[in-house]
Design a protein around this ligand. Structure first.
Ligand code: BTN
Length: 273
C-alpha cells in the first residue's frame, strides 16, 4: 500500500498535545503536485509569510537540484519539501545553513532508520551505504526582507527501477538501505527530519562549531583524493580533503602542497564511478 502525506497528520505527529508547534513547522502544506516546492515557499516569503512554513509535494514537475540540474521527484516515492527560513544572522553567515541542513537531515535519517549511518558528501548530499539518499538545495534572497528556502529531497521507497538510468549506480533509498521489504513510512521520516532540523536550528547562531565538527565527522570526503571541475580560475582542482574550516568550507591540500578552501561547488572522489 502506498502511503499519502497529510498536513493534519504531520502536524499532530509533531505536536501530539496540540500546544507547541515546532518553530520551523508552524504551518505545513501538502500539495498533490507542483512545479518546485522551493518556488512555492519563496513565493510565500515574498508575500510576507513568516518563518516556519514547510511545503511538501507528492510530486514535482520541475523539481531542481544544485547547479541547475533536474531533480527527479517520483510520485509518492520520496519526500520533496521546502522550509521557509528567516535566519536571525548576518547575511555573511547564511552559508552556515548548508552545514545545519546537512547535519539535521543526516540525524533525521538515522532516527528514522535505526542502525543506519548517514554520511555527508560536502557540501550537502546525504549518503547511506556510499550512495546518495538525499539532496539539499538552499536558495536565498538577501534583500531587505531577506529569506532562505531549504529544499530537501529524500529517496524513501524507491526500488532500483525507479531511478533514472544515470543514477542507478549512485543513488539509494531508505527502503533499500534498510534492507527490509516493507515500505518505509514517509510521514515518520518527515517528522524525524523536521524535529532534528528544528532542534539544531538554534546552533546556527549559538554553537556553530559543534555543527561543523559533526559535519566533518560525517564527511565521506575527508582524507580522500578529490577533484573539483570548473574551480574558479583553475580548470580542475585536485587534492586531499583535509577538513572543514570554522565557516563550513572545505579545506584541501592540492597536489603541489598548497592549502585551498572551497566555499561551494561540486566535488567528486577520484576513483569513484
Ligand atoms: C541536489 O542534490 O542537487 C539537491 C536536490 C534538492 C531537491 C529538493 S526536492 C524539494 C525541493 N524542491 C526542489 O525543486 N528542489 C528541492
Amino acid at each position: 500500500m502506498t502511503d499519502r502525506l497529510s498536513a493534519e497528520e504531520l502536524a499532530a505527529m509533531l505536536d501530539p498535545c496540540g500546544n507547541e508547534p515546532l518553530r520551523l513547522a508552524r504551518k505545513i502544506l501538502v500539495l498533490a503536485e507542483t512545479g518546485s516546492t522551493n518556488d512555492v515557499a519563496a513565493q510565500m516569503a515574498r508575500s510576507g509569510e513568516a518563518e516556519g512554513v514547510v511545503v511538501f509535494a507528492e510530486s514535482q514537475t520541475a523539481g531542481r537540484g544544485r547547479l541547475g540540474r533536474h531533480w527527479e521527484s517520483a510520485l509518492h516515492k520520496g519526500l520533496w519539501f521546502s522550509m521557509l527560513l528567516r535566519p536571525g544572522l548576518a547575511f555573511s553567515n547564511w552559508s552556515r545553513l548548508t552545514t545545519w541542513v546537512a547535519v539535521g537531515v543526516a540525524r533525521g535519517l538515522e532516527e528514522a532508520l535505526p542502525g543506519c549511518r548517514a554520511s555527508v558528501k560536502w557540501p550537502n548530499d546525504i549518503y547511506l551505504n556510499d550512495r546518495k539518499a538525499a539532496g539539499i538545495l538552499i536558495e536565498c534572497s538577501t534583500d531587505a526582507n531577506g529569506f532562505a528556502v531549504a529544499g530537501i529531497g529524500v529517496n524513501v521507497n524507491h526500488s532500483r527501477e525507479d531511478f533514472p538510468e544515470e543514477l542507478i549506480t549512485r543513488a539509494t533509498s531508505l527502503r533499500e538501505a534498510s534492507a527490509k521489504s516493507e515500505e518505509v513510512d514517509r510521514q515518520k521520516v518527515a517528522v524525524a527530519l523536521l524535529r532534528q532540523l528544528d532542534r539544531l536550528y538554534c546552533g546556527l547562531a549559538e554553537d556553530f562549531p559543534a555543527l561543523v565538527a559533526e559535519a566533518e565527522a560525517r564527511s565521506i570526503l575527508i582524507g580522500r583524493q578529490i577533484e573539483m571541475r570548473g574551480a574558479a580560475g583553475t580548470g580542475t582542482l585536485r587534492g586531499i580533503a583535509e577538513g572543514l574550516e570554522p565557516d563550513g568550507s572545505l579545506r584541501i591540500r592540492t597536489e603541489d602542497g598548497l592549502v585551498q578552501t572551497l566555499s561551494g561547488g561540486e566535488v567528486s572522489i577520484c576513483g569513484w564511478w
